[in-house]
Structure formats: C-alpha cells, structure tokens
Ligand binder design. Structure first.
Ligand code: PLP
Ligand code: TYF
Length: 394
C-alpha cells in the first residue's frame, strides 16, 4: 500500500519554521509562522489561562467523553464572544473542533454534504490551508481578487466584480478580521456591500475568524462580520481560540452554522455532530473548558482581555515603528500601508528573490510571498528589518 504514496507538498509556512530553527546565526529574525511573540521572542501562557488551568486541575472530577459537539457551555460563550448581539439563538448550530483548522475542515465537509456542486470562493491570496483542504475534499474552488499590491489595501471593486459571477448556492470564504496573509481588511461599509451582494446572488458566507482581538479590539474586530451575519439567511463561521487565548496546541475551535429557519436547526446540528463523529468522534475539551472558564468568570475575563489588549497594542506599535523607520529611510510613505494593516501579518510586496536575499544576507525569515509576522519584531529589530528591506531594493 505505502508503495503507492507520492511525496506531498510541504506546508511552506511550517517548512520555514524548520529552516529558521536550523540557522545558526544569533542575529536571525523570525517573521514566519503566525504565532504571537513578546519582545523577548517568547510565546507565554496567558495569565488567565494559567489560572483557569490550575482551577481546572482541582475541580475536574472526570475526563469521560463530552458529547460529539463538545461541551455546550463552550459553544454558548464562544458564540457570544464572536457573534455578540446578532447571535440567532433559534438558528445556531455549533460543534467544537480541533482548532480553527478543524472548524474549517468540518465546515467544508458540511458544504460538500449539503451542496456537492457548489463552488468555494477564496480570496487571492488566502491562508494556504483553505485551498488545500478544499482540494483534498474535492470541493471546487474559484478565486476572487482581493489584494491591491500597488496600495497595500483591498481592491474592493475587483473583489465585488469577481464575486458577482458566483452562482446561487456558492460559498464565499471571508476572513473575519486581520486577513492572513495580507493584513488588509474590509471597512464596515464594504462588509455591508458584500452582504448585499451575497443576498442578491443567493450565496452563503463562510467566515474564518482566527484573530479576534488582534486588530482593533475584541468588539471592533467582529463588527463587519456581525453586520453581515445580521443580514444573511444562512452562514458558516469557523472560530479559533489558538491566537487570542494563546492555546495553540490545545486545538480549540468552534464551527457555527446559522440555519435558514428554526425548523432546520436540528437537522443542521445533527449533520455537524455526525461529521465530528466520522472524523474524530469527540473534539478536544481541555482548551474549550479553559476558554469557557475564562469567559464566564469576571476576574479571569477582564485579566484575559487586558493581556490581549497589551498584545494588540504592542503589535500596533511595532507596525507604526516599522512604517516610520521606512519613511525615514526612503523619504516616502510608500510603506505607510504597514501601519494601516491590522493583525499579525502584512504582505510587504517583496519579490521571492528579495525575500531570499533578506534571508541569506540578514537572517530575516519571512514567508516566500513576503508575508511578515509583525509580532516577530521588537524595538531592536525594527531598524534592522527596515535596513534590510531598503538594501534588498524592495
Ligand atoms: N484561519 C486562519 C486564517 C489562520 O491563520 C489560522 C491559523 O492560525 C487558522 C484559521 C486556524 O488556526 P488553528 O487551527 O491553529 O486554530
Ligand atoms: O498562517 C499561519 O502562520 C498560522 C499558523 O498549516 C499555521 O495560521 C500555519 C500553517 C498551518 C497551520 C497553522
């Protein structure tokens, strides 16, 4: 059997992580994988997570299976955090999943089960796992233009133009906030326009939200998505707790499906629970329980929100410092988009050769498409990166 296997294309982001680790230079700078790092380069366990975990060890008296959908208390609090006051209680089906990736996978499985001929529309560019999972599942993919390399912003006219050729029943993947890899995001007005197009064309939105709290704040980051959800009859939402709770390896995510009417809730929930059973039976519970404890305890919740806010403002400060350092060196505002972007990532706009030069000459590791993880910087390395960008002729 194994004789028939052929080599699989490696995940470029994860391959870069390995290359960074093997580089012996102590001056190297890691702007690769999307993991938050503090000014000393560490990814600490958040205070509220540590505290909830300590309590959990004391109070947990069984580790028997949860339900196929995971703990309903987790789904309730996380769906409230994501959807806020547009959460449609009588139409909302949820399953806990292994991370946001698991939620995307289960959402695409649901799409394939319900509408095998529907196309999935992905932004160009997007997180590489979106097309990879869709392709593996045999879900047909179309791309819509999204990023304007000239301005570093969203090419909204092109996006709307491309989406207007989608067919009723097609699914449109949207990044809820902090677009990966570009860092360029829709305005609230643009979210509303996308919602109107989705309704007019009979499309189904699938929102991937993996960075709530990393852009403009927990509530602000959800605003556009909520405006969309308030309008559309059906939707899928994949939420990840990996980044905003810093619990990457606990694999904590939630797939939410908004059914078109309350009488379709039970069949939707049943399909989602069955898909969990067919893929892994019960979802991981530890991270979900920690998140649920934090979100339902006033002290833990405010401490978590405060620490997340420090993470967010720290990244914003680095963005501004980098844009300023480049303004100083180039005498232009050509890189001003770096300060306007939100989240962990920005697409710098360097060629693959320039990315390679920066890696070889300066030990700076960014993804080949010139995606930089802003959290990989600190006050000392911002000027080094600005020098390298200018030296590489970006
Ligand atoms: N979606 C996007 C756009 C991401 O960048 C990530 C990565 O963190 C995820 C989803 C899901 O991550 P995880 O499976 O670690 O929760
Ligand atoms: O884009 C990133 O860097 C993060 C982390 O297969 C990640 O989303 C990268 C690749 C992958 C899973 C997670």
């Amino acid at each position: 059997m194994m004789n028939a296997l052929t080599p699989q294309a490696p995940d470029k982001i994860l391959a870069l992580m390995a290359a960074y680790r093997e580089d012996p230079r102590d001056t190297k700078i890691d702007l690769g994988v999307g993991v938050y790092k503090d000014a000393t380069g560490l990814t600490p366990v958040m205070r509220a997570v540590k505290s909830a975990e300590r309590q959990l060890v004391e109070i947990q008296d069984t580790k028997v299976y949860t339900g196929l959908a995971g703990d309903p208390a987790f789904a309730e609090v996380l769906s409230k955090l994501v959807l806020g006051d547009v959460r449609p209680t009588d139409r909302l089906a949820c399953v806990a999943t292994p991370g946001g990736t698991g939620a995307i996978r289960q959402g695409l499985e649901l799409m394939r089960m319900a509408a095998p001929d529907a196309r999935l529309w992905l932004s160009m560019p997007t997180w590489p796992n979106h097309p990879a999972i869709a392709k593996y599942l045999g879900v047909p993919v179309s791309e819509y233009r999204y990023f304007d390399a000239q301005t570093g912003g969203v090419d909204f006219a092109a996006m709307m133009g491309d989406l207007s050729s989608a067919t009723a029943g097609d699914v449109v993947m949207l990044h809820g906030c902090c677009h990966n890899p570009t860092g360029a995001n829709l305005t609230l007005d643009q979210w509303n326009d996308v919602a109107d197009l989705i309704i007019e064309k009979g499309l189904i939105p699938f929102v991937d939200i993996a960075y709530q709290g990393f852009g403009d704040g927990l509530e602000a980051d959800a605003k556009g998505m909520r405006a969309l959800i308030a309008k559309v009859p059906e939707a899928l939402i994949a939420a990840s707790c990996s980044k905003n709770f810093g619990i990457y390896r606990e694999r904590t995510g939630l797939l939410m499906a908004i059914a078109p009417s309350a009488d379709k809730l039970s069949v939707t929930q049943g399909a989602m629970s069955t898909l969990n059973r067919l893929n892994f039976s019960f979802p991981p519970d530890h991270g979900a329980r920690v998140v649920q404890m934090i979100l339902t305890d006033d002290v833990l919740r405010s401490d978590w929100a405060a620490e997340l806010e420090d993470v967010r403002t720290g990244m914003l400060g680095l963005r501004e410092a980098l844009a300023a350092a480049l303004r100083e060196r180039t005498g232009s505002d050509r890189f001003g988009f770096l300060a306007a972007h939100r989240g962990m990532f920005s697409l710098l706009g360097a060629t693959p050769e320039q990315v390679e030069t920066m890696r070889r000459e300066h030990g700076i590791y960014m993804v080949g498409d010139s995606r930089m993880n802003i959290a990989g910087l600190n006050a000392r390395t911002v000027p080094l990166l600005a020098d390298a960008i200018v030296a590489a002729g970006v």
